[in-house]
Design a protein around this ligand. Sequence first.
Ligand SMILES: Cc1cc2nc3c(=O)[nH]c(=O)nc-3n(C[C@H](O)[C@H](O)[C@H](O)COP(=O)(O)OP(=O)(O)OC[C@H]3O[C@@H](n4cnc5c(N)ncnc54)[C@H](O)[C@@H]3O)c2cc1C
Length: 418
Amino acid sequence: MIRKIDTQVIIVGAGPAGAAASIFLSKAGIQHLILEKEQFPRDKVCGDACGGKTTFVLRKADQQWMQQIFEQSTQYLPTHGALFFSPDGKSLSIPFSRKNVLPGQAAGFTTPRITFDNFLFEKLASPFSTVHQNVSLQRIDRTSEGFAKATFIENSEQIEATCRLIIGADGDKSFVRKTFLNSDTSSKAYCVALRAYYKGVTELHHENYLELHCLPEVVPGYFWIFPLPNGMANVGIGMLSEQVRKKKLNLREVMLNAINHNPHIKHRFTHATLLDKIQGWGLPMFIKEEPVSGDNFMLAGDAANLVDPFTGEGIGNALYSGMLAAEAAGNAFRENTFDGNFFGKNYDKKLFGKLGTELKTSAFLQRLCRYPWFLKFVVNKAYKSPTLNHAIEGMFVGINLRKELLKPSFYGKILLNR
Ligand SMILES: Cc1cc2nc3c(=O)[nH]c(=O)nc-3n(C[C@H](O)[C@H](O)[C@H](O)COP(=O)(O)OP(=O)(O)OC[C@H]3O[C@@H](n4cnc5c(N)ncnc54)[C@H](O)[C@@H]3O)c2cc1C
């Protein structure tokens, strides 16, 4: 016996993209189901660093949430900048801009994803949302009457939910993407990354700066040390999959080698303890603008390949795209239109209008960063050029600042040390 449910929207995945979609759908009074295959609180392998776009969306959702976050100092650590290390170990300090940051708050924060995702998950309860956890999604179909249907199993019961619209927020191996989009465009920009939790790493920055180390063996990826609350640190390494394959690298060995032998890093781990096993996950990086919606569906977050190819940031883009998907859903219900043409204009165009330039610039920078000499040049120049320093800062916290990198005048200013 199959139980049948009717709703307006189905969101697949309750990570940041799905949570943002749900929160903004609830604000618009749109009934929806959230289908999640795990049970919250659940872990997600990540660097655990949240920047300007995350705080922007959270503030739009509720003015109080950032305050709630910063009040819990044992769970969330405010971060005020980044330290960027060139392949020869020279560092560049980049304080985050305080523009749009409320007094007493920081531009960014770190927290284990198990904590942050559960914070968002607990905000989903509303008269308009129904959460189904631990589900096994069986299939997704479109009906000839212009509806979409998700068939799933929950507690051994088979359920068929019918809706006008599915939001695929189900991460890098998205079932929704595979069902609706046949193209597999992510292989070349796919990045593999490892995460480890350590306690006792020394010489962390007094304002909790995020450390990005461009080790010669890893570029255009990087090794990172991100301070976390309670004296912990998120330590990891990320690299393009094609490079890992080509160089026949064992990423775990590369990471442990950096920790145990790199002259700029090893002394900081002398008394550090690994708290959990080292875990890996993929990052579907943006390469170029491609459709992320169609008849009866939109994709958000990693399902739409929105990870920034230069910084590796994906949480902010997941939240932002989830928010825009909910806005497009509101327009669709107002106009009673759910076709691909409508979502192309109301979602893809707005999404890439907001994020496209910075993602394209990041893809360009990632290609340049394959060359260690370029990174050394950037760090040396940034000491002398306020324009470059400002642009690097914008990469980590800004939404529009990266546009500057596409202007020829930008490079003229750098060469003149302005
Ligand atoms: C090692 C590493 C380090 C990173 N570091 C950072 C960082 O420091 N800062 C940053 O901003 N980003 C970072 N990222 C990227 C970031 O983790 C992702 O971009 C972000 O999690 C995307 O959010 P999402 O909601 O799209 O997907 P996810 O967070 O992956 O959430 C997807 C949800 O969908 C559920 N799901 C999947 N399949 C199904 C299904 N079939 N049915 C139902 N539910 C399903 C999953 O259980 C999950 O809860 C990192 C990524 C990695 C791998």
